[in-house]
Write a protein that binds this ligand. Sequence first.
Ligand code: HMG
Ligand code: MG
Length: 325
Amino acid sequence: MPLPQRVKIVEVGPRDGLQNEPAPVPVGVRIGLVQRLQDAGISVIEVGSFVSPKWVPQMADSADVFRGITQQPGVSYPMLVPNMIGLEAALAAGVQEIAVFAAASETFSQTNTHCSIAEGLTRFDAVIRKAHAHGLRVRGYVSCVLGCPYEGGIDSAVVADIARQLHELGCYEISLGDTIGVGTPLKAQAMVERVSQQVPVQQLAVHFHDTYGQALANIHAVLQQGIAVVDSSVAGLGGCPYARGASGNVATEDVLYLLNGLGIETGIDPDRLLEAGRYICTTLGREPASKLGRVHAARADRGATGSGYPAKRLSSRRRNSPITR
Ligand code: HMG
Ligand code: MG
Protein backbone atom coordinates (compact mmCIF):
# COMPACT_ATOMS: atom_id res chain seq x y z
CA MET A 1 0.00 0.00 0.00
CA PRO A 2 1.38 3.50 -0.81
CA LEU A 3 2.24 5.79 2.08
CA PRO A 4 -0.53 8.22 3.10
CA GLN A 5 -0.26 11.74 1.66
CA ARG A 6 -1.26 13.29 4.96
CA VAL A 7 -0.95 12.14 8.54
CA LYS A 8 -2.85 13.50 11.50
CA ILE A 9 -0.74 13.82 14.62
CA VAL A 10 -2.55 13.49 17.93
CA GLU A 11 -0.47 15.33 20.49
CA VAL A 12 -0.69 13.57 23.85
CA GLY A 13 2.12 15.34 25.72
CA PRO A 14 -0.09 17.51 27.95
CA ARG A 15 -1.83 14.35 29.18
CA ASP A 16 0.28 11.22 28.61
CA GLY A 17 3.46 13.21 29.08
CA LEU A 18 2.65 15.35 32.09
CA GLN A 19 0.72 12.60 33.93
CA ASN A 20 4.10 10.97 34.47
CA GLU A 21 5.90 13.94 35.98
CA PRO A 22 7.08 13.40 39.56
CA ALA A 23 5.09 16.44 40.69
CA PRO A 24 2.01 18.11 39.23
CA VAL A 25 2.85 20.78 36.67
CA PRO A 26 1.18 24.15 37.39
CA VAL A 27 -2.04 24.87 35.52
CA GLY A 28 -0.54 27.95 33.84
CA VAL A 29 2.33 25.92 32.40
CA ARG A 30 -0.04 23.24 31.12
CA ILE A 31 -2.13 25.92 29.43
CA GLY A 32 1.01 27.51 27.99
CA LEU A 33 2.06 24.20 26.51
CA VAL A 34 -1.31 23.61 24.84
CA GLN A 35 -1.26 27.14 23.43
CA ARG A 36 2.15 26.60 21.87
CA LEU A 37 1.16 23.24 20.43
CA GLN A 38 -1.89 24.67 18.73
CA ASP A 39 0.18 27.61 17.50
CA ALA A 40 2.40 25.00 15.84
CA GLY A 41 -0.62 23.78 13.84
CA ILE A 42 -1.44 20.59 15.73
CA SER A 43 -5.09 19.78 15.20
CA VAL A 44 -5.71 17.32 18.05
CA ILE A 45 -4.29 17.96 21.52
CA GLU A 46 -5.15 15.70 24.45
CA VAL A 47 -5.25 18.27 27.18
CA GLY A 48 -5.64 16.22 30.36
CA SER A 49 -7.75 13.62 32.10
CA PHE A 50 -10.64 13.36 34.49
CA VAL A 51 -9.35 10.39 36.45
CA SER A 52 -9.08 9.88 40.18
CA PRO A 53 -6.67 12.46 41.67
CA LYS A 54 -5.88 9.85 44.31
CA TRP A 55 -4.29 7.68 41.62
CA VAL A 56 -2.98 10.29 39.19
CA PRO A 57 -2.58 13.59 41.10
CA GLN A 58 -0.67 15.09 38.16
CA MET A 59 -3.93 15.37 36.23
CA ALA A 60 -5.90 17.09 38.98
CA ASP A 61 -6.94 20.56 37.85
CA SER A 62 -7.46 19.32 34.29
CA ALA A 63 -10.78 21.19 34.24
CA ASP A 64 -8.94 24.44 34.99
CA VAL A 65 -6.47 23.70 32.22
CA PHE A 66 -9.26 23.00 29.77
CA ARG A 67 -11.14 26.16 30.73
CA GLY A 68 -7.96 28.22 30.50
CA ILE A 69 -7.23 27.38 26.87
CA THR A 70 -8.10 29.83 24.14
CA GLN A 71 -9.57 27.35 21.71
CA GLN A 72 -8.81 27.65 18.02
CA PRO A 73 -11.31 26.69 15.34
CA GLY A 74 -10.51 23.33 13.75
CA VAL A 75 -8.59 22.05 16.78
CA SER A 76 -9.93 19.23 18.99
CA TYR A 77 -9.09 19.04 22.68
CA PRO A 78 -9.97 15.54 23.89
CA MET A 79 -9.86 14.69 27.59
CA LEU A 80 -9.23 11.19 28.92
CA VAL A 81 -12.15 9.78 30.91
CA PRO A 82 -12.27 6.43 32.80
CA ASN A 83 -15.88 6.31 33.98
CA MET A 84 -19.14 8.21 34.47
CA ILE A 85 -17.64 10.47 37.14
CA GLY A 86 -15.02 11.52 34.62
CA LEU A 87 -17.64 12.12 31.95
CA GLU A 88 -19.70 14.29 34.31
CA ALA A 89 -16.57 16.36 34.98
CA ALA A 90 -15.94 16.64 31.25
CA LEU A 91 -19.50 17.79 30.59
CA ALA A 92 -19.31 20.34 33.39
CA ALA A 93 -16.11 21.75 31.88
CA GLY A 94 -17.67 22.03 28.42
CA VAL A 95 -15.47 19.40 26.78
CA GLN A 96 -16.47 18.41 23.23
CA GLU A 97 -14.41 15.24 22.88
CA ILE A 98 -13.37 12.51 25.30
CA ALA A 99 -11.12 9.47 25.07
CA VAL A 100 -11.85 6.22 26.86
CA PHE A 101 -9.24 3.57 27.52
CA ALA A 102 -9.28 -0.21 27.70
CA ALA A 103 -6.39 -2.68 27.84
CA ALA A 104 -5.61 -5.94 26.10
CA SER A 105 -4.25 -7.37 29.36
CA GLU A 106 -6.44 -8.30 32.33
CA THR A 107 -3.71 -7.51 34.84
CA PHE A 108 -3.02 -4.11 33.33
CA SER A 109 -6.74 -3.34 33.28
CA GLN A 110 -7.04 -4.22 36.97
CA THR A 111 -3.96 -2.20 37.89
CA ASN A 112 -4.81 0.83 35.80
CA THR A 113 -8.55 1.05 36.31
CA HIS A 114 -9.39 -1.47 39.06
CA CYS A 115 -11.73 -3.46 36.88
CA SER A 116 -11.63 -6.30 34.36
CA ILE A 117 -11.53 -5.66 30.63
CA ALA A 118 -15.19 -6.69 30.35
CA GLU A 119 -16.26 -4.46 33.26
CA GLY A 120 -14.39 -1.56 31.71
CA LEU A 121 -16.14 -2.03 28.38
CA THR A 122 -19.51 -2.19 30.14
CA ARG A 123 -18.67 1.11 31.87
CA PHE A 124 -17.72 2.63 28.56
CA ASP A 125 -20.97 1.54 26.94
CA ALA A 126 -22.86 3.82 29.32
CA VAL A 127 -20.23 6.57 29.17
CA ILE A 128 -20.19 6.63 25.37
CA ARG A 129 -23.99 6.59 25.11
CA LYS A 130 -24.25 9.58 27.41
CA ALA A 131 -21.34 11.36 25.72
CA HIS A 132 -23.01 10.91 22.33
CA ALA A 133 -26.33 12.09 23.74
CA HIS A 134 -24.54 15.33 24.65
CA GLY A 135 -22.95 15.61 21.22
CA LEU A 136 -19.42 14.64 22.27
CA ARG A 137 -17.04 12.71 20.05
CA VAL A 138 -15.38 9.69 21.61
CA ARG A 139 -11.96 8.28 20.84
CA GLY A 140 -10.87 4.91 22.22
CA TYR A 141 -7.53 3.46 23.34
CA VAL A 142 -6.39 -0.11 23.67
CA SER A 143 -3.30 -0.39 25.86
CA CYS A 144 -0.64 -3.12 25.90
CA VAL A 145 -1.23 -4.05 22.27
CA LEU A 146 2.31 -5.39 21.84
CA GLY A 147 3.11 -6.44 25.36
CA CYS A 148 2.15 -6.04 29.01
CA PRO A 149 4.43 -5.21 31.94
CA TYR A 150 2.74 -7.96 33.97
CA GLU A 151 1.67 -10.61 31.44
CA GLY A 152 4.33 -10.34 28.75
CA GLY A 153 3.21 -11.15 25.20
CA ILE A 154 -0.28 -10.21 24.08
CA ASP A 155 -2.35 -12.06 21.48
CA SER A 156 -3.28 -9.72 18.61
CA ALA A 157 -6.65 -11.47 18.40
CA VAL A 158 -7.45 -10.08 21.86
CA VAL A 159 -6.37 -6.59 20.75
CA ALA A 160 -8.56 -6.90 17.66
CA ASP A 161 -11.55 -8.01 19.69
CA ILE A 162 -11.31 -5.10 22.14
CA ALA A 163 -10.73 -2.61 19.31
CA ARG A 164 -13.84 -4.00 17.59
CA GLN A 165 -15.91 -3.60 20.73
CA LEU A 166 -14.79 0.00 21.24
CA HIS A 167 -15.57 0.67 17.59
CA GLU A 168 -19.02 -0.89 17.95
CA LEU A 169 -19.65 1.16 21.09
CA GLY A 170 -19.15 4.25 18.94
CA CYS A 171 -15.51 5.32 19.16
CA TYR A 172 -14.71 7.17 15.94
CA GLU A 173 -11.05 6.20 16.16
CA ILE A 174 -9.18 3.50 18.05
CA SER A 175 -5.62 4.22 19.14
CA LEU A 176 -3.45 1.12 19.52
CA GLY A 177 -1.11 1.70 22.46
CA ASP A 178 2.28 0.06 22.80
CA THR A 179 2.20 1.19 26.40
CA ILE A 180 5.63 -0.14 27.36
CA GLY A 181 7.30 0.36 24.00
CA VAL A 182 8.33 -3.24 23.40
CA GLY A 183 7.09 -3.47 19.81
CA THR A 184 9.26 -3.95 16.74
CA PRO A 185 8.22 -3.26 13.13
CA LEU A 186 7.20 -6.75 12.04
CA LYS A 187 5.24 -7.34 15.25
CA ALA A 188 3.58 -3.95 14.88
CA GLN A 189 2.61 -4.77 11.30
CA ALA A 190 1.23 -8.17 12.26
CA MET A 191 -0.85 -6.58 15.03
CA VAL A 192 -2.20 -3.83 12.76
CA GLU A 193 -2.95 -6.42 10.08
CA ARG A 194 -4.96 -8.46 12.60
CA VAL A 195 -6.82 -5.48 14.07
CA SER A 196 -7.68 -4.06 10.66
CA GLN A 197 -9.63 -7.26 9.97
CA GLN A 198 -12.04 -6.03 12.66
CA VAL A 199 -11.85 -2.22 12.41
CA PRO A 200 -11.29 -0.25 9.18
CA VAL A 201 -7.67 0.87 9.07
CA GLN A 202 -8.85 4.44 8.40
CA GLN A 203 -10.24 4.43 11.94
CA LEU A 204 -7.07 3.17 13.59
CA ALA A 205 -4.28 5.21 15.14
CA VAL A 206 -0.97 4.11 16.61
CA HIS A 207 0.47 5.17 19.96
CA PHE A 208 4.05 4.09 20.46
CA HIS A 209 6.13 4.61 23.55
CA ASP A 210 9.82 4.62 22.73
CA THR A 211 11.34 2.52 25.49
CA TYR A 212 13.58 0.52 23.16
CA GLY A 213 13.99 3.16 20.46
CA GLN A 214 11.73 1.34 18.01
CA ALA A 215 8.87 3.81 17.76
CA LEU A 216 9.88 5.58 14.53
CA ALA A 217 10.63 2.27 12.83
CA ASN A 218 7.26 0.97 13.96
CA ILE A 219 5.49 4.07 12.67
CA HIS A 220 7.21 3.78 9.31
CA ALA A 221 6.18 0.13 9.13
CA VAL A 222 2.50 0.73 9.84
CA LEU A 223 2.25 3.80 7.57
CA GLN A 224 2.79 1.26 4.79
CA GLN A 225 -0.39 -0.50 5.92
CA GLY A 226 -2.58 2.60 5.63
CA ILE A 227 -2.28 3.97 9.15
CA ALA A 228 -2.56 7.76 8.90
CA VAL A 229 -3.05 8.84 12.53
CA VAL A 230 -0.10 8.88 14.91
CA ASP A 231 -0.09 9.78 18.61
CA SER A 232 3.06 11.43 19.89
CA SER A 233 4.29 13.63 22.70
CA VAL A 234 6.22 16.87 22.36
CA ALA A 235 9.79 16.57 23.64
CA GLY A 236 9.14 12.86 24.17
CA LEU A 237 7.50 13.58 27.51
CA GLY A 238 5.90 10.82 29.42
CA GLY A 239 5.75 7.22 30.40
CA CYS A 240 2.95 5.44 32.16
CA PRO A 241 2.35 5.52 35.92
CA TYR A 242 1.17 1.90 35.72
CA ALA A 243 3.96 0.61 33.49
CA ARG A 244 7.27 0.92 35.32
CA GLY A 245 10.22 1.50 33.02
CA ALA A 246 8.09 2.62 30.10
CA SER A 247 9.74 5.67 28.62
CA GLY A 248 7.98 8.56 26.98
CA ASN A 249 5.84 8.53 23.90
CA VAL A 250 7.68 8.92 20.66
CA ALA A 251 8.60 12.61 20.34
CA THR A 252 6.36 14.68 18.07
CA GLU A 253 9.40 16.56 16.72
CA ASP A 254 11.00 13.30 15.57
CA VAL A 255 7.78 11.96 14.06
CA LEU A 256 7.47 15.21 12.13
CA TYR A 257 11.03 14.87 10.87
CA LEU A 258 10.26 11.35 9.66
CA LEU A 259 7.02 12.41 7.98
CA ASN A 260 8.59 15.44 6.34
CA GLY A 261 11.38 13.25 5.03
CA LEU A 262 8.78 10.92 3.54
CA GLY A 263 7.01 13.86 1.88
CA ILE A 264 3.90 13.41 4.03
CA GLU A 265 1.89 16.52 4.92
CA THR A 266 0.95 17.25 8.53
CA GLY A 267 0.17 20.98 8.61
CA ILE A 268 2.64 21.41 11.50
CA ASP A 269 5.24 24.16 11.69
CA PRO A 270 8.50 22.58 12.88
CA ASP A 271 9.96 25.77 14.34
CA ARG A 272 6.92 26.42 16.46
CA LEU A 273 6.81 22.79 17.52
CA LEU A 274 10.42 23.01 18.63
CA GLU A 275 9.52 26.14 20.55
CA ALA A 276 6.74 24.22 22.37
CA GLY A 277 9.24 21.51 23.28
CA ARG A 278 11.80 24.06 24.44
CA TYR A 279 9.16 25.79 26.57
CA ILE A 280 8.14 22.68 28.47
CA CYS A 281 11.69 21.36 28.86
CA THR A 282 12.96 24.69 30.16
CA THR A 283 10.05 24.88 32.57
CA LEU A 284 10.62 21.34 33.81
CA GLY A 285 14.37 21.93 33.91
CA ARG A 286 15.42 19.07 31.68
CA GLU A 287 16.92 18.15 28.35
CA PRO A 288 14.41 17.34 25.59
CA ALA A 289 14.04 13.62 24.90
CA SER A 290 13.46 14.38 21.23
CA LYS A 291 16.45 13.95 18.93
CA LEU A 292 15.43 17.13 17.09
CA GLY A 293 15.22 19.11 20.29
CA ARG A 294 18.77 18.10 21.15
CA VAL A 295 20.08 18.92 17.69
CA HIS A 296 18.36 22.26 17.83
CA ALA A 297 19.76 23.05 21.26
CA ALA A 298 23.26 22.19 20.04
CA ARG A 299 22.83 24.33 16.91
CA ALA A 300 21.59 27.22 19.02
CA ASP A 301 24.67 26.87 21.24
CA ARG A 302 26.80 27.26 18.09
CA GLY A 303 24.80 30.32 17.05
CA ALA A 304 23.05 28.59 14.13
CA THR A 305 19.44 29.40 13.35
CA GLY A 306 16.63 27.32 11.90
CA SER A 307 15.16 24.04 13.01
CA GLY A 308 17.41 21.68 11.08
CA TYR A 309 14.38 20.23 9.28
CA PRO A 310 14.79 19.52 5.55
CA ALA A 311 14.62 22.90 3.78
CA LYS A 312 12.18 21.69 1.12
CA ARG A 313 9.63 20.79 3.72
CA LEU A 314 10.11 24.08 5.53
CA SER A 315 9.22 26.04 2.43
CA SER A 316 6.07 24.01 1.83
CA ARG A 317 4.81 24.07 5.40
CA ARG A 318 1.50 25.63 6.18
CA ARG A 319 1.35 27.57 9.41
CA ASN A 320 -1.72 27.12 11.56
CA SER A 321 -3.58 25.03 9.03
CA PRO A 322 -4.81 22.10 11.06
CA ILE A 323 -5.81 18.95 9.29
CA THR A 324 -9.34 17.77 9.95
CA ARG A 325 -9.72 14.18 8.95
P1 HMG B 1 -11.44 3.36 41.97
O1 HMG B 1 -10.75 3.83 43.20
O2 HMG B 1 -11.53 1.90 41.76
O3 HMG B 1 -12.84 4.05 41.83
O4 HMG B 1 -10.77 4.02 40.72
P2 HMG B 1 -14.15 4.00 42.60
O5 HMG B 1 -15.23 4.07 41.57
O6 HMG B 1 -14.21 2.85 43.59
O7 HMG B 1 -14.10 5.35 43.43
C1 HMG B 1 -13.17 5.55 44.45
C2 HMG B 1 -12.98 7.04 44.68
O8 HMG B 1 -12.45 7.64 43.48
C3 HMG B 1 -14.26 7.78 45.00
O9 HMG B 1 -13.93 8.84 45.83
C4 HMG B 1 -14.66 8.34 43.66
O10 HMG B 1 -15.45 9.48 43.78
C5 HMG B 1 -13.33 8.69 43.04
P3 HMG B 1 -14.04 8.71 47.44
O11 HMG B 1 -15.47 8.32 47.71
O12 HMG B 1 -13.06 7.64 47.85
O13 HMG B 1 -13.65 10.07 47.94
N1 HMG B 1 -13.38 8.67 41.58
C6 HMG B 1 -13.04 9.72 40.81
N2 HMG B 1 -12.58 10.94 41.11
C7 HMG B 1 -12.32 11.77 40.07
N3 HMG B 1 -12.49 11.42 38.78
C8 HMG B 1 -12.95 10.21 38.46
C9 HMG B 1 -13.24 9.31 39.49
N4 HMG B 1 -13.69 8.04 39.51
C10 HMG B 1 -13.76 7.68 40.79
N5 HMG B 1 -13.12 9.89 37.17
C11 HMG B 1 -10.50 4.74 38.48
C12 HMG B 1 -11.14 3.73 39.39
C13 HMG B 1 -10.56 4.23 37.06
C14 HMG B 1 -11.24 6.05 38.60
C15 HMG B 1 -9.04 4.92 38.93
O14 HMG B 1 -8.41 3.67 38.92
C16 HMG B 1 -8.28 5.87 38.07
O15 HMG B 1 -8.56 7.04 38.00
N6 HMG B 1 -7.24 5.38 37.42
C17 HMG B 1 -6.39 6.26 36.63
C18 HMG B 1 -5.94 5.57 35.42
C19 HMG B 1 -5.05 6.48 34.61
O16 HMG B 1 -5.28 7.68 34.51
N7 HMG B 1 -4.02 5.88 33.99
C20 HMG B 1 -3.17 6.58 33.13
C21 HMG B 1 -3.88 6.87 31.83
S1 HMG B 1 -4.02 5.45 30.74
C22 HMG B 1 -2.56 5.53 29.80
O17 HMG B 1 -1.72 6.31 30.08
C23 HMG B 1 -2.44 4.63 28.60
C24 HMG B 1 -2.64 5.39 27.28
O18 HMG B 1 -1.71 6.45 27.15
C25 HMG B 1 -2.45 4.43 26.08
C26 HMG B 1 -1.17 3.61 26.13
O19 HMG B 1 -0.08 4.17 26.28
O20 HMG B 1 -1.32 2.38 26.05
C27 HMG B 1 -4.05 5.96 27.18
MG1 MG C 1 0.40 6.22 26.48
